[in-house]
Design a binder for this molecule. Structure first.
Ligand SMILES: C[S@@+](CC[C@H](N)C(=O)[O-])C[C@H]1O[C@@H](n2cnc3c(N)ncnc32)[C@H](O)[C@@H]1O
Length: 302
């Protein structure tokens, strides 16, 4: 059975959901404002003969007519970075400011890390952490190409992340773009569900709870933590947020989401979650012609 069938009761338009999951994903690039203004990057694409359309909710995101951004010179020069439209959402929800200290707990290969740096005008510090060495080299390569200088790269298990090497005790903001069962990436990787098991969903949920807990502990009171996944499983989404609401000092807060979304679910199979998880966002592929995604914004309360 297609594992996505288990989410049919959660979606409002079953047919549109399954149709969208079978369509290839549009190719989207983000203009890297550290290296280029959006107008200049668009002019470079015009000159290179690459067709595009600006995403209506964000002039820095361009949908390309061609598949794959990696062959154009504006990409090699670091003016553009290939990044799925919906994957730009967590950094927007986090809203980092120039000069702040920001932790990206699961950073590689760096789409969101480099987006955070650009939003901070490359000022302050972003600690880009991941526990996978191979993926960290992709993060370093991307950061160099994009001209990011406010990044410190670390290799730690996010669940036990230590602030000892740094000259400060807490972050202003943190982002947990968690490892997940990746169900929402089916449009990009059609074989992503071949290895799907419920056991994996449960085991990765335990890791997600550990990393999100650590992010809340490492962020100052009043600071912001954003949690995101590219999966539909409530076990990896609302259940993880529900867990930290129980165990850590935090609450769910609203954020302005420019994409169409559905509220987080408060019941799934035999479980019930805190009513505030309704304020988190589920994004299904048919709603905005993107991948599937989940995003929650939390404020640290003590
Ligand atoms: C969804 S990917 C992150 C994508 C990245 N944020 C981006 O936008 O390019 C999840 C990442 O979590 C990392 N990861 C898995 N377990 C981890 C752990 N215990 N601590 C830190 N990172 C972990 C994986 O290596 C993977 O790179």
């Amino acid at each position: 059975m297609n594992p996505l069938e288990r989410y049919a009761p959660l979606v409002d338009d079953r047919e549109a959901f399954f149709d969208a999951c079978e369509r290839p994903l549009p190719s989207v690039v983000r203009v890297n404002t550290i290296r280029s203004a959006p107008d200049r990057a668009r002019a470079a694409l015009d000159e290179a003969g690459v067709g595009y359309e600006a995403v209506d909710w964000n002039p820095q995101l361009l949908r390309l007519d061609e598949r794959g951004p990696g062959t154009s010179w504006p990409y090699f020069h670091g003016w553009l970075h290939g990044q799925e439209e919906v994957s730009a959402l967590p950094a927007i929800a986090l809203d980092p400011q120039p000069g702040e200290k920001v932790w990206d707990s699961c950073a590689a290969p760096g789409s969101k890390t480099t987006q955070l740096s650009a939003m901070m005008d490359d000022k302050g510090v972003v600690i880009g952490n991941d526990n996978n060495l191979g993926r960290l080299s992709a993060l370093r390569h991307n950061a160099e190409r994009l001209g990011v200088t406010n990044l410190v790269v670390t290799k730690q298990d996010g669940r036990n992340f230590s602030l000892k090497p740094f000259g400060f005790k807490e972050f202003d903001r943190a982002i947990v773009d968690a490892p997940c069962s990746c169900e929402g990436t089916i449009r990009k990787n059609p074989d992503t569900l071949d290895q799907w098991t419920l056991e994996h969903v449960h085991s990765v949920a335990a890791v997600q709870k550990g990393i999100l807990s650590r992010a809340i502990q490492a962020t100052k009171p009043g600071g912001t933590v954003v949690y995101s996944t590219c999966t539909f499983a409530p076990e990896e989404n609302e259940a993880v947020v529900d867990h930290v609401l129980d165990t850590e000092d935090c609450e769910v807060v609203d954020f302005e989401n420019p994409l169409e979304s559905r509220p987080g679910v408060t019941e799934w199979e035999d479980d019930e979650y805190d009513p505030s998880v309704e304020r988190t966002h589920r994004i299904y592929p048919h709603l905005n012609d993107t991948g599937g995604f989940y995003c929650a914004k939390l404020e640290v309360t003590a």
